[in-house]
Design a protein around this ligand. Structure first.
Ligand code: ADP
Ligand code: ADP
Length: 234
């Protein structure tokens, strides 16, 4: 079943008298449990699309259905609610707070949502840290960790609300090849466990880990292909 359905999705930016047409009527549907790489040259609309998928921005016209709900018509409060109950975010720059420990960084989304932190939420976050292999680093701060470890904290944080959909913005963009493979193995494992993943990347080696590759060019879908399972050499 489709977790995400985009119907004639258009995004324009208005700058003075100029209209910038960024997404020019996308029709795409992403199945629950799929793993999608979003590619395309700089300026093709990837970030704009990811922001809309992440309910951080709204389309100019067209529809975005997430788990059957028309999120393109929702107001800011409703979108914020959708972000915290359906979505997890991973960024190229990890976006961790330096003064917070590993476990506190994982707790952050709960804190932002006004969830009361207690022993139960603490144990939940510790379990997530253990899941990403950082059970012995709970009280470390980001700067005491390698880039790969920081991204693993970010992955644990993205899971804190048990999201349906994980959105990645160049999640391996700051990592060396070996560490990138480690992170992709982790994302693949999450996908095996049922998480739907959509990640922007400009690297073919990274896109090869996805099941499906959608290429944008100039605000339109240029190609949409399935990787066969032998593409990746682990
Ligand atoms: P990509 O992520 O593929 O590089 P973007 O989605 O960032 O592409 O940008 C697509 C186009 O939209 C670019 O031409 C960019 O200049 C334009 N754009 C993006 N954000 C804005 C904005 N806030 N205002 C005006 N133009 C924008
Ligand atoms: P870029 O990749 O374009 O440099 P980022 O990926 O760092 O930008 O962030 C994109 C936007 O998403 C930012 O405005 C950031 O504040 C916002 N953001 C980051 N995490 C979350 C979250 N968990 N919920 C809602 N918004 C978020």
């Amino acid at each position: 079943p489709a977790l995400v359905q985009l119907v004639d999705l258009v995004k324009n930016y208005y700058m003075g008298t100029q209209t910038v047409h960024v997404l020019k009527g996308l029709n795409l549907s992403f199945d629950e449990g799929d793993f999608i790489a979003l590619m395309g040259p700089s300026g093709s609309g990837k970030s704009t699309l990811l922001n809309i998928l992440g309910c951080l921005d709204r389309p100019t016209s067209g529809r975005y259905y997430l788990a059957g709900m028309d999120v393109s018509q929702m107001d800011d409060d409703q979108l914020s609610e959708i972000r915290s109950s359906y979505l997890g975010f991973i960024f190229q720059s990890y976006n961790l707070l330096p003064q917070y420990t590993v476990v506190e960084n994982i707790e952050l989304p709960l804190l932002y949502q006004g969830v009361r932190l207690d022993e139960r939420t603490r144990q939940h976050c510790i379990a997530l840290a253990e899941m990403v292999g950082l059970g012995d680093r709970l009280d470390h701060r980001p700067l005491q960790l390698s880039g790969g470890q920081q991204q693993r904290v970010a992955i644990a944080r993205s899971l804190v609300n048990n999201p349906h959909l994980i959105l990645g913005d160049e999640p391996t963009g700051n990592l060396d090849t070996r560490t990138s493979i480690e992170i992709m193995q982790m994302l693949r494992e999450l996908n095996r466990l049922g998480k739907t993943i959509i990640m922007v990347t400009h690297e073919n080696d990274i896109a090869a880990w996805a099941r499906r590759v959608v290429r944008l060019r100039d605000g339109r879908v240029e190609s949409d292909t399935r990787n066969d399972s032998r593409t990746v050499v682990e």
